[in-house]
Ligand binder design. Structure first.
Ligand SMILES: [Zn+2]
Ligand SMILES: [Zn+2]
Length: 240
């Protein structure tokens, strides 16, 4: 009742354009069609949309070179109003963006965790650490705020100081996957003492956007090298 009254007095704003938003959808009716859920019909390993209606198998990329993570999933395809909202949030514009996307992000994580039979436990939830230079410039880490909001729905908490990041190389989209991975070599490392917490543990690795997959792959390799038993990857959005 009180929340209904509050919604009436202080209507929720669309995180993409600031128009009055639908209470349950959180985005306004104009922007909602531009918020595209990641298709369920997808590669069971990396989550890439299958692009056909038939039975799904691991995609060509995953068959040719299996990624270091066990499987990956995302809540949304990156682009449209979701990308607009995320950009506004990163520039400090819409503080309630994490809250607006927390429930669908949490559902995507829950589906990812339900994909293993019997289910594997999540011993540690770990965020991809921010680029230290970007963190210094922004003064906050947008991805962690989004991840924390989603994990609250799942009664999971982020483990602190498991991975650390050195300065990231400039994103070079024209590089192939191997070259991107080489560029990230040595950028991520396990925090001092993290090996003890990681040994034999099943890790859930989280980030806001997965672009080429090289960042989560580099983090997964670091976690596995530090003794983790498995890494599953969940991101808010996936670049197709
Ligand atoms: Zn809108
Ligand atoms: Zn795949």
């Amino acid at each position: 009742m009180l929340s209904d009254l509050l919604d009436l007095l202080f209507p929720r704003r669309c995180p993409a354009c600031d128009a009055v938003a639908d209470v349950s959808a959180r985005f306004c009716p104009d922007c909602l069609p531009g918020v595209v859920p990641a298709p369920r019909h997808a590669c069971p390993v990396c989550g890439a949309p299958a692009g056909h209606d038939g039975p799904v198998f691991p995609c060509v990329e995953c068959r040719r070179r299996p990624p270091p993570f066990r499987r990956a999933a995302a809540a949304f395809l990156f682009g449209g109003s979701l990308a607009d909202a995320l950009a506004r949030f990163k520039s400090g514009g819409v503080p309630d963006f994490p809250d607006a996307v927390a429930a669908p992000f949490a559902r995507a994580v829950a589906r990812l965790l339900a994909a293993d039979r019997p289910p594997l436990p999540v011993h540690l939830a770990v965020a991809v650490p921010p680029d230290p230079q970007r963190l210094a410039r922004r003064g906050f880490d947008p991805a962690t705020l989004v991840i924390r909001a989603a994990l609250r729905h799942l009664d999971l908490r982020l483990a602190h100081d498991v991975l650390r990041s050195g300065p990231r190389p400039r994103p070079q989209r024209d590089l192939d996957r191997d070259a991107r991975l080489r560029a990230l070599h040595g950028v991520f490392r396990a925090a001092p003492g993290a090996e003890r917490r990681l040994r034999g543990r099943h890790v859930l690795l989280l980030d806001d956007v997965r672009t080429t997959g090289s960042t989560v792959a580099a983090c997964a390799r670091t976690l596995l090298a530090a003794g983790a038993a498995s890494v599953r990857v969940a991101t808010l959005a996936l670049v197709e």
